[in-house]
Design a binder for this molecule. Structure first.
Ligand SMILES: Nc1ncnc2c1ncn2[C@@H]1O[C@H](COP(=O)(O)OP(=O)(O)OP(=O)(O)O)[C@@H](O)[C@H]1O
Ligand SMILES: [Mg+2]
Length: 357
């Protein structure tokens, strides 16, 4: 071979080149002008395309007593990008994966900021749609003077424009990604269409909230990985989940619908996992809890980062999910910016599996 790709390597890289996923990792090669005979170094890192919410979260606190239907003086506590798919994409990227994000923002400054913040991390944002005359989605929380939620407002209208018509021309490109992580902010028709057309791509579903979880109901048999909390799992199964044994009944029902790998997260109680190798309960890792906001999304990213690697196992993925949830619960906000492999691995090694069958 004369200093180039072998045919096998070319075939391996072709889907990445089509999708643009090669950007961050392919640069790490030994193909310098002086080392033309050396082989390309392949980092076995997954290529994950995240579909769903990327928006702005704002938290405001009233300076005085909250008065409805009046102008209340407030101070801004936080103003930062959020959204389930965005949260998962960011941690996946910080864990070293090749990640792209597909979402819609408005033609405004918030949208530009959201895209720039993803791009700066090395997330491929070329499938982010900037829609004219629309507003970037956002969640605004107004706290009263004691810090309790007085009013929460979610504007997610822009996601309704992630239609089949807009995505259809991109389908072959989207299918070049071996993993799709999809949150339930997409319209139900789009979710169904993508599920029907995923080809060999693995579809990983994130249910977001009880009201949005229902959007995955028509395609349960096409989902490859489902991670859902107890309230969302109840909506999908009709089973009330208070105790672990109810979560086990629900998880078996979901696997019976055709989902090979399922996790139900149970907040401070831990998680239940189920795959062809059995069902298990896992207590949470020892955690100095500071802010549990985003722990569920963090579990997802730790799980998927591990699960999408070659030779991955369900148990290894759950351990890494628990590690990320624990690290995030010890951090203010939804993102652990100073993530290290060592911190994740040390914590994952503490995970304790309790088989249930
Ligand atoms: N209080 C806690 N103490 C320890 N671990 C926790 C606690 N709360 C959550 N976790 C960890 O985070 C995981 C996910 O939490 P949870 O089930 O609340 O997800 P969620 O409802 O999707 O959260 P969110 O959507 O707010 O991110 C749990 O399985 C557990 O491992
Ligand atoms: Mg959640």
């Amino acid at each position: 071979m004369k200093g180039g790709f072998s045919q096998a390597a070319l075939l391996f890289f072709l889907p990445w080149c089509i999708s643009g996923a090669y950007e961050s990792r392919l640069c790490v090669t030994n193909m310098t002008p002086h080392h033309k005979e050396q082989h390309v170094v392949i980092t076995p890192s997954a290529n994950i395309l995240c579909f769903g919410a990327a928006h702005f979260d704002r938290t405001l606190q009233c300076i005085g007593h909250f008065i409805p239907a009046a102008s209340n003086p407030v101070r801004t506590l936080h103003r930062k990008p959020g959204g389930v798919a965005r949260n998962i994409a960011v941690h996946l990227r910080l864990l070293g994966n090749n990640v792209a994000m597909l979402s819609a923002v408005g033609d405004d400054g918030d949208g530009e900021y959201v895209i720039a913040a993803l791009s700066e991390l090395g997330i491929d944002t070329r499938r982010m749609m900037k829609l004219e005359d629309k507003h970037t989605a956002g969640y605004t929380a107004v706290l009263d003077e004691t810090g309790e939620l007085a009013l929460g407002m979610m504007d997610a209208e822009v996601y309704d424009f992630l239609t089949i018509e807009r995505l259809a021309p991109e389908l072959s490109n989207l299918k070049a990604w071996p993993w799709w992580m999809m949150d339930a902010n997409l319209p139900v028709e789009t979710i169904s269409w993508l599920a029907d057309n995923k080809g060999d791509t693995k579809l990983c579903a994130a249910t977001v909230s009880p009201s949005k979880a229902v959007r995955f109901k028509p395609v349960l048999d096409k989902i490859d990985v489902l991670i859902t909390n107890r309230a969302e799992a109840s909506i999908l199964t009709g089973i009330e989940i208070k105790e672990t044994d109810q979560a086990v009944t629900a998880i078996q029902l979901l696997r019976g619908k055709g989902i090979p790998d399922v996790v139900i997260t149970l907040g401070a109680t831990g998680v239940v996992s189920s795959s062809q190798n059995g069902t298990a309960f896992w207590p949470p890792l020892p955690t100095k809890v500071r802010d549990v906001n985003g722990a569920g999304d963090a579990f997802y990213s730790g799980f998927l980062s591990a699960f999408s690697k070659p030779d991955a196992t369900m148990d290894g993925a759950v351990a890494h999910g628990l590690a990320m949830a624990s690290l995030t619960a010890e951090t203010d906000g939804t993102t652990v910016w100073n993530l290290t492999t060592e911190a994740v691995e040390t914590r994952a090694a503490q995970a304790e599996k309790r088989p249930l069958d």
